[in-house]
Design a binder for this molecule. Structure first.
Ligand SMILES: [Fe+2]
Ligand SMILES: [Fe+2]
Length: 318
């Protein structure tokens, strides 16, 4: 008997994160626990317990110098972000109004927990000894742990734990947190592809999960607001607040610093990258830190706009 793997979760057939998150429509009714058991452990993850093909080895150029700095900072930050996401998602599971959303958010919780583990464990492949792993993650992720992650976590806890606001939490995750971070993950997959193919696979796998999280989250929000139009003003206000918060956090500086280190690596190891194109018609070697960051920001704006319109929340854009 063969297991049916849906196209959007199939390693070889799934669309890219941007395309999938923009164009696909998935619901919690479809993406329940039964769907996940077949699509993810037996589909996306099959043969990739560490998020990538075990045959892909990390090159020596990744174990010190600018590429090491750029990737350890990025993956440590993301490991902590995913850990915090896992913990706050437990409140969406607790407050889910029906079995489908309860099952879906249970699977998302496990997905984020797995992402955290995979990003953290990739540091072992970069040469961090196991007994120092937790401490190293904290060190590499500082100072942005306190200035970026803690304020976002506090806001999530207020909405999801203290106010037990299920739909507020769904919109917070879909628009403010994942929506803003997903394009950075797409950029990561594209830029690491010729330099550290294991990391590119890790990002690709996380991106496949993210398509599901973003599209189902948008659908849960959309259905709720159709049934409860009285909640709309409150949710619009919450999104505006969240977007303002995002503008005030030092995330741009954080990403820019990493891109500058990455650029130094590009100069040092130009022969590894060759004519590889990060997007059609643009060689990675010809890009600048600012250009890569601006492109990811543009993707983020496009995705946010499309998803807000889908949920009937376009007022939050002005
Ligand atoms: Fe994640
Ligand atoms: Fe996610």
């Amino acid at each position: 008997m063969t297991t049916h793997i849906p196209r959007e979760a199939d390693w070889d057939q799934a669309p890219g994160l941007l395309e999938g998150a923009m164009d696909l429509e998935l619901t919690a009714q479809q993406c329940n626990l039964r769907y996940w058991l077949q699509a993810v452990p037996q589909g996306t993850l099959r043969g990739r317990p560490d998020g990538h093909d075990p045959a892909l080895k990390v090159g020596e150029h990744m174990k010190k110098g600018p590429f090491f700095d750029a990737l350890t900072q990025e993956y440590s930050f993301r490991a902590l972000a995913e850990e915090k996401a896992t913990r706050v998602l437990s409140f969406l599971v607790a407050n889910a109004p029906d079995n489908d959303t309860m099952e879906f958010y249970s699977t998302q919780l496990l997905d984020e927990c797995r992402h955290s583990m995979i990003f953290r464990n990739h540091l072992l492949s970069l040469g961090i000894p196991e007994h120092r792993l937790v401490q190293a993650v904290d060190e590499f992720a500082s100072p942005y742990r306190e200035t970026v992650l803690v304020p976002l976590e506090d806001r999530c806890l207020e909405v999801m734990r203290d106010n037990r606001d299920f739909i507020g939490g769904v919109v917070m995750m879909t628009i403010i947190l994942e929506g803003a971070l997903a394009p950075a993950a797409e950029l990561s997959e594209r830029k690491w592809r010729p330099i550290n193919p294991a990391a590119a696979e890790i990002d690709k796998g996380a991106g496949i999960d993210e398509i599901r999280h973003l599209t189902v989250g948008a659908d849960v929000g959309r259905r709720h607001l159709l049934a409860h139009p009285e909640d709309k003003d409150r949710v619009v206000e919450m999104i505006r607040e969240g977007m303002n918060m995002w503008d005030e956090l030092p995330t741009h500086q954080m990403v820019y610093d990493r891109e500058v280190r990455f650029q130094e690596g590009l100069t040092q190891y130009a022969d590894l990258v060759g004519d590889y194109e990060i997007w059609p018609g643009r060689r990675l070697l010809d890009t600048t830190p600012q250009e890569r960051q601006d492109t990811a920001d543009q993707w983020s704006d496009d995705m946010k706009e499309k998803r807000l319109k889908y949920m009937g929340l376009e007022e939050a854009l002005v």
